[in-house]
Design a protein. Structure first.
Length: 273
């Protein structure tokens, strides 16, 4: 069956039970290649989700998006950019796909989301040799500076909770280095990326320790405002097929090991006007 929920002018279509198969078929029939527009693909350097290796984009999100665009009949090159620039591009023009991102109140009004494609915990980390322990977030302001990267969900969550002792960097690797060199006391990062970011700067997971979990979030593919619903539904239909086939779970295991893949099917969109 198909369950439709309304909240603050947005629609959430949630495919449950056997209903998602019907939605996949209907979306495929309606959103033909003639009505599915080519979308620009932008992401950030955030291993293992997306990054460049010898100048070639790779990572879980990159492989996933490439598989989906092949199924749709698109062959666009994925652009790996600083997050703030990628977000700005997707924020200001139609027919742009930004990945991977969480849903926030501010982003809901600017993007249509399909997924989820991953689940992660936004966590505060300290140096392993730091005796600090955090029992509640309000303690952070008095304890030291938090390293965050620009426009990240972690930075937004901290600001919303009144944490203003932030040192903003353009890349997560910069924040990790600042922690290890004691220029900040905490590093805010999604757990999915921590191991790869540390490896990238020549550090180990044993060099740091988690001290506080801010939130557990789902990550999505985000389509910019003005992208047609036919295009969004076509991508969603192909993502559902990938999950149903088992290929999505195998790709998730390749990049994230034993972490369980999010296999539910959801599509969020606003009324484009």
């Amino acid at each position: 069956m198909l369950l439709t929920l309304c909240k603050h002018g947005y629609r959430l279509l949630l495919c449950v039970s056997l209903g998602y198969a019907g939605l996949s078929l209907a979306a495929t029939e309606v959103a033909t290649e003639a009505t599915t527009k080519t979308v620009r693909l932008v992401t950030e350097a955030w291993p293992p989700m997306s990054f460049e290796q010898d100048g070639v984009p790779t990572g879980f999100g990159v492989e996933l998006v490439n598989q989906l665009q092949t199924r749709i009949g698109q062959q666009e090159k994925i652009e790996v950019l600083p997050w703030a620039r990628a977000y700005s591009i997707a924020h200001s023009a139609p027919n742009v796909l930004l990945f991977a991102t969480s849903i926030s109140d501010e982003r809901e009004s600017h993007f249509d989301f399909i997924g989820p494609i991953a689940t992660s915990k936004i966590t505060l980390y300290a140096r392993a040799d730091d005796p600090i322990s955090i029992n509640q977030l309000s303690e952070v302001n008095n304890a030291g500076i938090v390293g965050v990267y620009r426009e990240s969900v972690g930075a937004q969550l901290l600001q919303q909770q009144g944490i203003d002792a932030l040192l903003v960097a353009s890349f997560p690797q910069q924040s990790a280095k600042q922690l290890l060199f004691s220029r900040v006391r905490f590093w805010c990062q999604a757990d999915l990326a921590v191991k790869h970011i540390l490896q990238d700067i020549g550090a180990k997971e044993s060099d740091i320790k988690p001290v506080y979990v801010l939130s557990e979030i789902h990550l999505y593919l985000a389509f910019s405002k003005g992208t047609s619903s036919d295009t969004v539904q076509r991508w969603q239909a192909e993502l559902e097929k990938l999950k149903e086939s088992g290929d999505f779970a195998r790709l998730y295991q390749k990049w994230f090991g034993a972490l369980p893949p999010p296999l539910q099917h959801q599509i969020f969109w606003h009324r484009n006007t």
